[in-house]
Design a protein around this ligand. Structure first.
Ligand SMILES: [Zn+2]
Length: 237
């Protein structure tokens, strides 16, 4: 059984790692909003440029609008501008440096079982970060077969983990109160180039739910696989 997600409080420092511009909102818009409301520190690292379809310039503007909707200041956002679809070999040292400078109490990052290769790679990188023992890792899922179910706007429903990814006890639900859900929805709508794709629209809107879902690994539960794992020498997994 893993740890329970908790709402950030003043004094927390929340480092959110998003593979693409929009993952911050999809997976953790409510958590970011609650951290901002509590006066906790938030830093958002967006790893890739989101330019897979040549719309990176547009997604820059959309991200700026989305993070403002979530209550973040522009200086809280770090763009690493790795290539969408193939983050480079400097990914890991850059994330490690961000973590070293920011000294997070909570790191929010993709679950390594995510089916999108960028998410998977960055999720593994986050598990390998050298973090203080008191820092918890909150892992989120975006791309997985049959998740979320149903794949449509269902704001009264709870987000539930897919059966294939472990028991209910492995996951922790963090409720998203209505005012934060409104903020999250506004932020999602800011990513409007994503919403031009009907498949993505259904995916994005299906994360507007009563809760967000995290697998929480406390310091002593994080995988200790060492830094010399092949993935971060470059290329894709
Ligand atoms: Zn993504």
């Amino acid at each position: 059984m893993n740890g329970a997600a908790r709402r950030p409080v003043r004094g927390d420092r929340v480092l959110v790692i998003a593979p693409h511009p929009d993952d911050e909102t999809i997976a953790a818009g409510g958590l970011i909003g609650s951290a901002v409301d509590a006066g906790a520190g938030v830093r958002l690292v967006v790893v890739t440029d989101g330019n897979r379809r040549g719309l990176g310039w547009l997604r820059d503007a959309e991200l700026a609008e989305a993070v403002t909707a979530l209550g973040l200041e522009p200086h809280s956002v770090v763009r690493q501008n790795h290539r969408d679809g193939s983050p480079g070999s400097t990914l890991f040292p850059e994330l490690q440096e961000e973590a070293r400078r920011f000294e997070p109490t909570i790191v929010v990052a993709p679950h390594p079982a995510d089916r999108h290769s960028d998410h998977r790679l960055i999720g593994r990188a986050a598990e390998d970060l050298d973090l203080p023992a008191s820092c918890a890792l909150y892992q989120y899922l975006v791309h997985f077969p049959g998740f979320p179910r149903p794949r449509r706007l269902s704001p009264r429903r709870s987000l539930e983990a897919p059966d294939a990814l472990g028991a209910e006890a492995d996951w922790s639900a963090l409720p998203v109160p209505l005012h934060l859900l409104q903020r999250k929805f506004r932020a999602l709508c800011a990513h409007r180039s994503q919403l031009m794709n009907p498949w993505l629209t259904r995916l994005l809107l299906s994360f507007v739910r009563r809760n967000e879902l995290f697998r929480v690994l406390a310091g002593d539960q994080r995988a200790n696989r060492g830094y010399e794992t092949p993935w971060y020498r470059g290329g894709r997994t």
